[in-house]
Design a protein around this ligand. Sequence first.
Ligand SMILES: NC(=O)c1ccc[n+]([C@@H]2O[C@H](COP(=O)([O-])OP(=O)(O)OC[C@H]3O[C@@H](n4cnc5c(N)ncnc54)[C@H](OP(=O)(O)O)[C@@H]3O)[C@@H](O)[C@H]2O)c1
Length: 335
Amino acid sequence: MKNRRVVLAAHVTGLPKESDFAIDTVDQPPPSEGEVLVRNHFVSVDPGMRGRLSGETSYAPPVPLGGVVGSATVGRVIASRNAAFAEGDWVAGAFGWQELGLTNGRGIRQIPEGPIPPSAQIGVLGIPGLTAYFGLLDIGRPQPGETVLVSTAAGAVGSATGQIAKIKGARAVGIAGGPAKCRWLTDELGFDAAIDRLAEPDIAAAVARECPNGVDVFFDNVGNSLVDPIMPLMRLHGRIVVSGQTADYNLGANERVGLKNTRAFITHRLKMQGLVVFDYVADFPTAWAELTGWIVDGRLRYREDVVEGLEALPAAFVGLFWGENFGRKLARLTH
Ligand SMILES: NC(=O)c1ccc[n+]([C@@H]2O[C@H](COP(=O)([O-])OP(=O)(O)OC[C@H]3O[C@@H](n4cnc5c(N)ncnc54)[C@H](OP(=O)(O)O)[C@@H]3O)[C@@H](O)[C@H]2O)c1
């Protein structure tokens, strides 16, 4: 059996390019005793993967040259010599950008039967939804009536964050790129306001306009260039959740904007905290149950932006940093 994969062809510097990636084919041995072979139906495309592609160590080890690009995956067991998994089972895992995945059973979880399609297990019920859930509820802690500002609000993490803020009785204001994304946020997801970052010459003025009483929780996915102008708009005891830094991932330390408005930490008694969602792994089942309930009730909606085939993955990844994705970016590898 053969396994096609997208591998790292060159360490990424600056904005990623399609030529940083290559496709290869390797032999796939059948599962040995205790092992499970999975065919991946969907793989995710994540901005956070950028940190592992430059050859430097962050909290996750770097992808080596020739290594498979990491991602969440969802697929079906095609051969099993592990009693816990049967052929045909749907499983979520993290096999990366390749057609097949082999495991001794660790790192995959069976997907419960139900009304929610398997692809959602690596989107709104996967790492993005869990990041929104724990980042907002454990760090942001919005109270009813407070204002929650969310950046990359039409993306996988951001769209869930704003809706959870609404569920908790807060006012949700999103920042996104372009009128179609902004309309989706207000007209379909129930955000109270949306700011088109591409149409606003002064983002702080736009946030001040849409958050006239200030911002209680700022859930940021962009980075310093956005956090700095928002700091003076935070309310007393405001919380800044550092979820992601999509704009900063492609910049060297000297190219990133520095934070100048830190006096607001004192004057407004602000807190700023980051998260690694995997710190909450023991609580994932609680989050899955609650998120699933909200999806079934129609209170938590999601959008998937799906490209077809392994070949489409490099361009899909590059496009994340140009705002081309509208919702959770996925590639479908098989029907
Ligand atoms: N802390 C954790 O444990 C954890 C876990 C998972 C993900 N994350 C982070 O969460 C963030 C969102 O991830 P996601 O999967 O939901 O991605 P996403 O928001 O669906 O996609 C990326 C979006 O970022 C925006 N963007 C790209 N380049 C930008 C730039 N230069 N300036 C401003 N905005 C830019 C674009 O949206 P617009 O054009 O609409 O603005 C783009 O669509 C990422 O930073 C990721 O690393 C953190």
